[in-house]
Design a protein around this ligand. Structure first.
Ligand SMILES: [Zn+2]
Length: 326
């Protein structure tokens, strides 16, 4: 039981800056909170909602019935809309319009449209008028990954507020995690939590093991160990992503950027990678991106891995030959 503002680890400056202007007399407006997922855009919007709806204090008291109902997600003056499936549909937009037609029983009304980039065109169109000019005492927050991800008709009717990724200290306050995960999360609590799932950790460890074999086993092509893991396309895609991360770290070690490593726990693997020429690592990354994209077209993961290894081996021999003759 507390003010959400006190639990806001990052972006407090945004909340503190916006609140007085939102509370200025008669001002109602639509804000577009844009930034990477998992950095706290929705929580910041809820923090503002709590203050805007509080019955006792303009800063939000955290104690009154209204503050508690916001915290529990059950406030009569607050509506949070998010995609049902892959989009926000016209029925959900109608729900917002109906909500606004009801008599106002709270101090203000707050509408949060989470993932506003997934509003389908009909739903977005039906909301344009209220976004342009929300009824008195109504505050609308659109949440999206970037300003350009939402329809331009929505963007032009809102004031954009940009959110940055969290730094490692902020992440650590929200979620206890090992260093490698804090780095690999790239500022997103959502990514960090996903990385800590046991399944995710196992698949990352398996990806690291397979990359070690790929790099050092001269008979990789005929070895059977990796084939069992690569029956599924899904794992191949995860593997591509993990490998790109390891290769990026290999490149960083070339550039003496050790402190930026995303996988500092994989020192032995990264040292093996860093022993290879930069150009070869870049070639490897490009091929992983290509294979990842091609997986959408029903490619066989085992054949793709064979092709990748042959390309890698040929490119490596060619580079070794060139450097030996220069
Ligand atoms: Zn209160």
């Amino acid at each position: 039981m507390a003010r959400l503002r006190d639990r806001l680890v990052a972006h407090g400056e945004i909340a503190d800056f916006l609140l007085p202007s939102l509370q200025a007399d008669g001002l109602a407006l639509t804000l577009l909170f844009a930034g990477p997922s998992g950095v706290g855009k929705r929580f910041t919007a809820l923090t503002l909602a709590q203050a805007l709806l509080c019955e006792r204090s303009s800063a939000g008291c955290g104690q009154c019935g209204s503050c508690l109902r916001v915290e529990q997600g059950a406030h009569e003056g607050l509506r949070v809309i998010e995609p049902e499936g892959t989009q926000i549909k016209i029925d959900q937009a109608r729900e917002v319009l109906e909500f606004l037609q009801l008599q106002k029983i709270s101090r203000s009304r707050v509408i949060i449209i989470d993932q506003a980039h997934l509003l389908n065109p009909q739903a977005a169109n039906s909301l344009l008028k209220i976004l342009e000019e929300p009824p008195e005492g109504t505050f609308i927050f659109l949440i999206a990954p970037s300003p350009s991800s939402v329809l331009s008709t929505l963007r032009s009717r809102s004031r954009t507020v940009l959110f940055r990724p969290l730094n490692e200290t902020e992440l650590k306050k929200i979620q206890i995690a090992p260093d490698w995960a804090l780095k690999a999360a790239r500022g997103s609590v959502q990514t960090l939590r996903a990385l800590l799932e046991p399944e995710e950790q196992e698949s990352r460890a398996e990806a690291a093991r397979l990359l070690g074999e790929f790099l050092t086993d001269k008979d990789f092509l005929t070895a059977s160990t990796w084939r069992g893991s690569l029956k599924e396309k899904g794992f191949f895609l995860e593997l591509c992503r993990s490998w790109v991360g390891f290769l990026r770290d290999g490149l960083l070690m070339h550039a003496k950027g050790e402190r930026l490593l995303m996988n500092p726990d994989q020192k032995a693997l990264l040292t093996t990678l860093a022993a290879e020429p930069r150009a070869l690592l870049e070639f490897f990354i490009e091929n992983l991106f290509r294979l990842e994209a091609e997986m959408a077209f029903h490619r066989d993961p085992q054949l793709s891995m064979e092709e990748l290894w042959v390309k890698w081996r040929d490119a490596r021999e060619k580079m070794a030959f060139v450097s030996a003759t220069v």
